[in-house]
Design a protein around this ligand. Structure first.
Ligand code: MIC
Ligand code: SF4
Length: 651
C-alpha cells in the first residue's frame, strides 16, 4: 500500500508493535539521535546517571549550551561545566556556549534525512526540514532514549499539507507556517504530524522548510516533515556532508487523514498578534502601528537566508530613531557566513545590535522591551510576559516584515520593499561553501578515556526529587483554576531570574504558576496536596518538565482539564501526576477554586481502564474524568512515576 513519508520512517524505526497500528494507539520507536539543551539538559542527565549506563547507546547524542548564556552569577556556568563533564563521561558531542541554537546547529551539522531524533526541547521538530522524524519530549524521555530505550507515542494522524505555486518576494516561510496556524490554531495539531508535499516544496530551501517544521510545535503537533529532495542534497553538499543525503518522499497515492492546500503564490505577509501564535492577521491590516523594538533570531528565523533578506531591506538605511533593533544569528557558522557575504557588516552599519548566537531574547534572557512596548520578533512564541516585560505586545513576523518595520518605525507590509530585496540580495552573494564549522563542537571521548572522567557538580546542581506513591483515594482542594491554552511558561516561567534555577527544583518551585497566581507557592506549601483544574490545551508550549516537576514537588496530585498538550501530559505521567480530562467539559464551569474534591478508586481505574470518579465534598456533586490513558501510562502512574516504573522493570 502506498505510504506517507511519516509512515515509512516510523515503520522502519518501530520497536512495538510489529506493524503500524491504527491512529491513537501506543507505538514505541527507536531513536537514532538525541539532543538536549542546557535549560532542560541538567535534569535529563541527572536522570540518565540514575539509569547507571556506561555510555549513551544512540548513534549520536548532542548536548547544547544555548539557553542559559547570560551568566549573571555562578549558576549558569556551573550547569555548563556539569553538562560538559557528562558529555565527556558518557560519549556525547558537546556544543559549547556561543556555537549557536541547538536546532539550527543540529540541522546544519548533524541532521540526516530518514533518521529519528528526540530532543528535550519542543522545537526539536525543526529537523523535519531535512526529512527527519524529529520530536520534542521531556528530559526523562530523552534520558531513556539515550540509554537505548524506545520512545512511546500515540500513532499520530498524518495531515498532508499540499504546497503549490511559489512565494512572492517579500513573503517567506514564516508566512507559510503563520497561515497554517491561522487555519489550524494552537491546538489543531495535537496528536498529528504535518507532512508537506506537492509542487511548491521544491522552491523552499532547507532553512525555510525548517522554519515551517520548527513552528509546527505551535500547532501542538507531534512533528512536521518535508521530503528529502535535490534541495536537501544541495544543502547537505553546502554543509560538507554530501554522504548524509538520501532521497525520501511519500509514495504516489499515499493517503493522508486530511489534506490542506496552500497556494504559496497567493500568500501575503502575516503577523501573529499578542499573545498567541495563532492570532494571525495580514500585516497590511495592522500597518502603521508604532513599533519600539525589532528582533531577528531564534531557532525559527536566524539562518543566513533570513539575515540576508534583512540586510537587503536595510541596505544603505538606518534603523528608525525610535526603534531598538537586535539580531541573534542562529549559529556561529551562520555568523561567519554572514561576515563573509557582507551581510553582517551591513547589519552593523544599519544600527542592529548584534546579539550572541543563542536563544537570548526568545526566552527572556535579555533584550526585554520597554513598558507597553510593541516588539516585532521573528520568533515562534509570544505568550504574555515571555519577553521579560509583562505588558509588552509581541508580534511574531517574518524577517522581511521585521526589517521593514525597523526602517520605517511602524508596522509595514514588506511587499513594499520588494525591489530592494531582489536587487540588494545579489550584493550579498559570495562563495560560502567552505564555511562549515565544527570547532566549537567537542567530539565524544573514546570509551576508555571517558570512563576516567569525573563529573563536575557545582553547588547549583541539586538531585531531582522523586514522585510520591499514588494512594487509592484522594480528598484535596482545587488550589488553582485556570482558563484555556495555559502554557508551560504560565506554569513555570523562564527568563533571566528563573532559568538559572533549572537544576534546583526546591528553589525553582517558588515560581510555580507565578503569573497566574503569585500566592500559589505559599498556598501550596500550607496545603497537604491539591488538584489543579484547567481548560483546553493545558500545558501548551515548552517541553520543560519543570512544569510537572515543580507542581509535583508542591503536592499537585492531579490536573483535571478539558484537554492537554502532548508533551506536558507525558511529563505529568512521568512524574506521577494524574492527567485527567473532564468527561463532560461543562463540568469545568461547575468547579471552583477551593472546592474540596474526593477522587476514589484510583487504583482500579488505572488497572482496569474505567473512568475516574469525583465527588465534591460540599454538596455531593458527582462527575467523572475520562480514562483515555494508554496501558503503559496507567502502569507508570500506578508505579508512582517513570523512575519507580523503570526500577520495577517497566520499559
Ligand atoms: C522554549 O522555547 O520555551 C524553550 C525554552 O526552548 C523550551 C525548553 C525549556 O523550557 O527549556 C522548549 O521549547 O521546550
Ligand atoms: Fe531557544 Fe527560543 Fe528556540 Fe526555545 S524557541 S529553543 S528558547 S530559540
Amino acid at each position: 500500500m502506498a505510504q506517507t513519508l511519516t509512515e515509512k520512517i516510523l515503520k522502519s524505526h518501530l520497536v512495538e508493535p510489529s506493524e503500524l497500528p491504527g491512529r491513537g494507539e501506543d507505538i514505541a520507536i527507536r531513536m537514532d539521535q538525541t539532543l538536549t539543551q542546557d535549560a532542560t539538559g541538567t535534569m535529563a542527565y541527572l536522570q540518565f546517571e540514575t539509569i547507571g549506563l556506561d555510555r549513551v547507546k544512540t548513534e549520536l547524542s548532542v548536548s547544547y549550551i544555548d539557553h542559559n548564556t547570560l551568566q549573571v552569577d555562578f549558576r549558569n556556568m556551573d550547569d555548563h561545566r556539569y553538562l560538559q563533564s557528562i558529555a565527556e563521561r558518557y560519549g556525547l558531542w558537546f556544543s559549547r556556549a556561543g556555537n549557536g541554537i541547538c536546532h539550527q546547529v543540529h540541522l546544519e551539522r548533524f541532521g540526516v534525512p530518514g533518521k529519528t531524533l528526540l530532543g528535550s526541547d519542543s522545537h526539536t521538530p525543526t529537523g523535519g526540514g531535512i526529512g527527519m522524524i524529529a520530536i520534542g519530549a521531556g528530559g526523562l524521555d530523552v534520558a531513556v532514549a539515550m540509554g537505548g530505550g524506545a520512545f512511546h507515542l500515540n500513532m499520530p494522524k498524518i495531515i498532508g499539507v499540499k504546497l503549490t505555486g511559489e512565494l512572492r518576494t517579500g513573503v517567506s516561510a514564516k508566512d507559510v507556517i503563520l497561515e497554517v496556524l491561522r487555519r489550524e490554531t494552537v491546538k489543531g495539531g495535537v496528536g498529528s504530524v504535518y507532512e508537506y508535499f506537492g509542487p511548491g516544496v521544491v522552491a523552499l530551501s532547507v532553512p525555510q522548510r525548517a522554519t515551517i517544521t520548527n513552528m509546527g510545535a505551535e500547532l501542538g503537533a507531534t512533528c512536521s516533515i518535508f521530503p528529502s529532495d535535490s534541495v536537501t542534497r544541495d544543502f547537505l553538499v553546502q554543509m560538507g556532508r554530501p554522504g548524509d543525503f538520501t532521497a525520501l518522499a511519500a509514495d504516489e497515492g499515499a493517503i493522508y487523514d486530511r489534506v490542506i492546500e496552500i497556494d504559496l503564490s497567493s500568500l501575503n505577509p502575516l503577523a501573529a498578534q499578542p499573545h498567541s501564535p495563532d492570532a494571525v492577521v495580514p500585516v497590511a491590516e495592522i500597518a502603521g502601528k508604532k513599533v519600539s523594538q525589532v528582533v531577528i533570531g531564534s531557532c525559527t528565523n536566524s539562518s543566513l537566508r533570513d539575515l540576508t533578506a534583512v540586510a537587503a531591506i536595510v541596505k544603505g538605511k538606518t534603523i528608525a530613531p525610535d526603534v531598538e533593533a537586535g539580531i541573534a544569528p542562529g549559529s556561529r557558522q551562520t555568523l561567519m557566513q554572514a561576515e563573509k557575504t557582507g551581510v553582517l557588516g551591513e547589519l552593523i552599519r544599519a544600527g542592529f545590535r548584534i546579539l550572541e548566537s543563542a536563544c537570548g531574547p526568545c526566552i527572556g534572557m535579555g533584550f526585554a522591551p520597554n513598558s507597553g512596548g510593541v516588539s516585532l520578533r521573528t520568533f515562534n512564541r509570544n505568550f504574555k510576559g515571555r519577553s521579560g516585560t509583562a505588558d509588552a505586545e509581541v508580534y511574531l513576523v517574518s524577517p522581511e516584515t521585521a526589517a521593514a518595520a525597523a526602517i520605517t518605525g511602524v508596522i509595514t507590509d514588506p511587499l513594499s520593499e520588494n525591489k530592494d530585496i531582489t536587487e540588494n540580495s545579489k550584493l550579498f552573494e559570495a562563495d560560502i561553501s567552505g564555511i562549515h564549522d565544527d570547532d566549537m563542537l567537542v567530539p565524544p571521548l573514546g570509551p576508555e578515556k571517558a570512563k576516567k572522567v569525573e563529573i563536575v557538580r557545582g553547588p547549583n546542581i541539586k538531585p531531582c526529587p522523586t514522585s510520591p506513591e499514588l494512594p487509592d483515594s484522594l480528598s484535596l482542594p482545587v488550589l488553582l483554576k485556570t482558563g484555556d491554552n495555559v502554557s508551560t511558561d504560565d506554569i513555570m516561567p523562564a527568563g533571566a531570574k528563573v532559568l538559572p534555577l533549572r537544576s534546583n527544583i526546591p528553589e525553582i518551585s517558588k515560581f510555580t504558576f507565578e503569573r497566574l497566581d503569585p500566592d500559589f507557592y505559599d498556598r501550596a506549601k500550607n496545603t497537604d496536596g491539591c488538584f489543579v483544574v484547567g481548560g483546553e490545551n493545558y500545558g501548551q508550549g515548552s517541553s520543560r518538565e519543570h512544569a510537572a516537576l515543580a507542581p509535583m514537588y508542591l503536592g499537585v496530585r492531579a490536573v483535571i482539564v478539558k484537554s492537554f498538550a502532548r508533551i506536558h501530559r507525558a511529563n505529568l505521567v512521568n512524574y506521577g501526576i494524574l492527567p485527567l480530562v473532564f468527561e463532560d467539559p461543562a463540568l469545568y464551569d461547575a468547579i471552583s477554586r477551593d472546592d474540596i474534591l474526593e477522587l476514589t478508586g484510583i487504583h482500579q481505574s488505572l488497572e482496569q481502564g474505567g473512568p475516574f470518579k469525583f465527588r465534591r465534598v460540599s454538596d455531593g456533586l458527582q462527575f467523572t474524568a475520562k480514562n483515555d490513558l494508554d496501558k503503559r501510562s496507567r502502569d507508570i502512574l500506578l508505579a508512582g512515576g517513570r523512575v519507580a516504573y523503570t526500577r520495577k522493570g517497566g520499559q
